[in-house]
Design a protein around this ligand. Structure first.
Ligand SMILES: Nc1ncnc2c1ncn2[C@@H]1O[C@H](COP(=O)(O)OP(=O)(O)O)[C@@H](O)[C@H]1O
Ligand SMILES: [Mg+2]
Length: 294
């Protein structure tokens, strides 16, 4: 697995057909790529992705959701969409990206990567170049890519987390969620040198409870893992309206705009929006280039 996930060494990088492609194009707006992961399943990753996407859309960001959960793909179900195709169809040349992307609420676009996820982890050089060309076209249409990652620490989950510039880890107060999130962070830190993780606490009573859960995980992680920097991103309250919105196959922000969790997602989008844009990353191609080289 290490080999599959380890970045290429210098020698093989020089043979890389992608190496000559520019990392960023002058004048293009940087695209933020954020992977939402958790360790444990069922903690709210997909709910966070869907509602954060809507909240970001409302502050003027053009969001692309990538459903990268191979096992339990459900962005389409949560938003009442019916994508016919996935990234695998782009790779085999049977569809172009315009046919694969589905329109979500607002200006949100959804890319179903699910059935194509495994293909993404083992592409031929020609397919890699094809994918980069495809992403060139998307560059001018997207500000933020949100990746809904699968649970666990499988190769494909680590693969998408490594490729994203920003890593949100969703944690609930359950002890199993904490231990699984810790295991996830540990693998990315020890094997791949990742240091920065944004911790989002979900399903808590209030902000204070969120901070207490964050204190627990950061105490352990920063004690046992050298050089780690966990930041507290915020807390989403437990809110039964989320369940009701899922039943309606709509985002919470659309179905119940005044629900407590809707307000928390709006605050979350504002917090992310206020953060300094990362200057060391170029455009959407940078993400794909990283992804393809892992
Ligand atoms: N803050 C919350 N309040 C109430 N229910 C929640 C909350 N977050 C998630 N849920 C519920 O938990 C279940 C699992 O959420 P989901 O987003 O599918 O998790 P994951 O993608 O991590 O597997 C869903 O039924 C969802 O409605
Ligand atoms: Mg999910």
């Amino acid at each position: 697995m290490d080999q599959a996930l380890g970045l290429r060494n210098k020698e093989s990088a020089s043979m890389d057909p992608l190496a000559s492609r520019p990392l960023a194009y002058p004048g293009t707006v940087p695209v933020r790529v954020i992977a939402v992961s958790s360790g444990k399943g069922g903690v709210g990753k997909s709910s966070v992705v869907v509602n954060l996407a809507v909240a970001l859309d409302r502050v003027g960001k053009r969001v692309l959701i990538m459903d990268a959960d191979l096992g339990l793909a459900n962005i389409d179900v949560l938003l009442g969409l019916t994508p016919k195709y996935n990234i695998g169809h782009v790779l085999d040349g049977s569809r172009d990206i315009g046919q694969v992307l589905v329109n979500g609420p607002g200006r949100i676009k959804v890319l179903s990567a699910t059935s194509g996820v495994q293909e993404l982890t083992r592409l031929s050089d020609e397919q890699k170049l094809l994918l980069l060309d495809v992403m060139d076209d998307l560059q001018s249409e997207v500000d933020v890519v949100l990746i809904d990652n699968g649970a666990g620490i499988s190769d494909s989950v680590l693969y998408f987390s490594l490729a994203a510039q920003e890593k949100i880890v969703v944690v609930t107060p359950e002890p199993t969620s904490l231990t699984d999130a810790y295991a996830f962070i540990k693998v990315l830190h020890l094997r791949h040198g990742e240091r920065h993780f944004k911790i989002l606490i979900n399903s808590v009573k209030d902000e204070r409870a969120g901070r207490a859960v964050f204190a627990k995980i950061s105490r352990v992680a920063e004690h046992f893992l050298d050089g780690l920097a966990l930041s507290y991103l915020g807390a989403i309250p437990f809110d039964y309206s989320l369940h009701k919105a899922v039943m309606q196959q709509r985002s919470l922000l659309e179905a119940f705009p005044s629900a407590a969790a809707s307000k928390a997602f709006t605050v979350l989008a504002e917090v992310l929006e206020k953060e300094q844009p990362q200057t060391n990353f170029g455009n959407i191609n940078f993400f794909w280039k990283r992804l393809l080289q892992i």
